[in-house]
Design a protein around this ligand. Structure first.
Ligand SMILES: Cc1ncc(COP(=O)(O)O)c(C=O)c1O
Length: 348
């Protein structure tokens, strides 16, 4: 186990959900909890979302969806899985009432062959330009026809049409929304009765009312992670949920060694560009080793056992995740999801 600690502020997470829900209403909010709740801890995050009234969880894969069900997330809460491999056990997923994001007729065949005791709930995905699965416009009519057939046969319920968009430029997103509208119209013309449409993740969901449709799938912003490029969470009315702390283990020769390193997921590129806050003051990171980082005390005194804060909400002078993302040339999501499972998560 690591000497470091990840402190997760569940009250801040709940506040973000409240803020975001109000922003996307009347669309509903799906709390995306993939990748261990973006590194914040799957079950405490999912339970906090449900306790906050969230009725949709995005699990990414079936295994995570099943883990949520086994942990007691009730069937009143819909769980959506959309990254499906060729090996999936659809019967177990369907009977656990995991909604399935479908891109191919082969997946529909597998679902029809699964022999589940209840109908599968299907969300058909149209690729609107991101090219991260989804049916092409050419494949779409056949996918829809086959799903309508399964719906009529009682094997499945044609529940939703959805897509995922780049959220990198307004022009591209507008083109994706137009393609999505066309796909919905085609599906309806082929006899589908669509109960739900969803397209946006955090950025478009917050920025554009025309992207929200019936449901917005929100990950990053719920954790207080802003899109980077200098946009601070405060500008979006969200607060960072995670604080990363590591104790000072040794002080010598004007340097302090802290108990965290690249084996915990800290990039060695942090040396020379980022710092650690100890007792309200920042100290530059001079090196990142296997399970230690070294900071330059610049003549100041710190004590063994004091906590160093690598990043947090920024309210006590510490760096924010956004600063880490910007300094490392990446986004906050990458920094938090790289943090090792060996760092204990403490939820409060
Ligand atoms: C399909 C889908 N929807 C929504 C999200 C949430 O995105 P964000 O973290 O930008 O809110 C993701 C995450 O990448 C995703 O893959």
């Amino acid at each position: 186990m690591s000497d470091a600690r990840i402190l997760v502020d569940l009250a801040a997470y709940a506040r973000n959900l409240d803020t975001l829900r109000a922003r996307v209403a009347p669309a509903e909010l799906m709390a995306v909890v993939k990748a261990d709740g973006y590194g914040h801890g799957l079950l405490p995050i999912a339970r906090a979302a449900v306790a906050n009234g969230v009725t949709w969880l995005g699990s990414l894969d079936i295994a995570t969806g099943l883990e949520l069900r086994r942990a007691g997330i009730s069937q009143d809460v819909a769980i959506f899985a959309w990254l499906l491999g060729p090996w999936e056990d659809y019967r177990e997923a369907i009977e656990a009432r995991i909604d399935l994001g479908i891109s191919t007729t082969e997946q529909l065949d597998q679902i029809a062959d699964a022999g589940a005791a209840i109908p599968a709930r299907l969300h058909l995905k149209i690729d609107t330009g991101l090219h991260r699965n989804g049916a092409t416009e050419e494949e779409w009519p056949e996918l829809v026809r086959r799903a309508v057939e399964l719906d009529r046969g009682g094997v499945a319920e044609f529940h939703a049409v959805w897509t995922h968009i780049a959220e990198a430029s307004d022009e591209e997103d507008s083109a994706a929304i137009a393609r999505f509208d066309r796909a919905v119209a085609v599906a309806e013309s082929l006899g589908a009765s669509i109960r739900l449409r969803h397209l946006a993740a955090s950025a478009a969901g917050l920025a554009r009312s025309d992207a929200r449709f019936d449901l917005v799938r929100i990950g990053a912003f719920s954790y207080g992670i802003s899109p980077g490029g200098g946009i601070a969470p405060g500008e979006l009315d969200i607060v960072p949920v995670m604080t990363l702390a590591a104790p000072v283990l040794e002080v010598s020769d004007g340097l302090a060694e802290l108990g965290i390193g690249y084996a915990d997921g800290i990039s060695s590129a942090a040396a020379g560009v980022l710092d650690v806050t100890i007792g309200g003051r920042r100290y530059p990171i001079v090196s990142v080793g296997f399970d230690r980082i070294v900071v330059d005390l610049e003549g100041a005194q710190v004590e063994t056992g004091e906590d160093g804060i690598l990043f947090g909400p920024g309210t006590h002078g510490e760096a924010t995740l956004q600063e880490w993302g910007d300094a490392l040339g990446t986004i906050g999501e990458e920094v938090v999801t790289r943090l090792s499972g060996r760092i204990p998560r403490e939820h409060s």
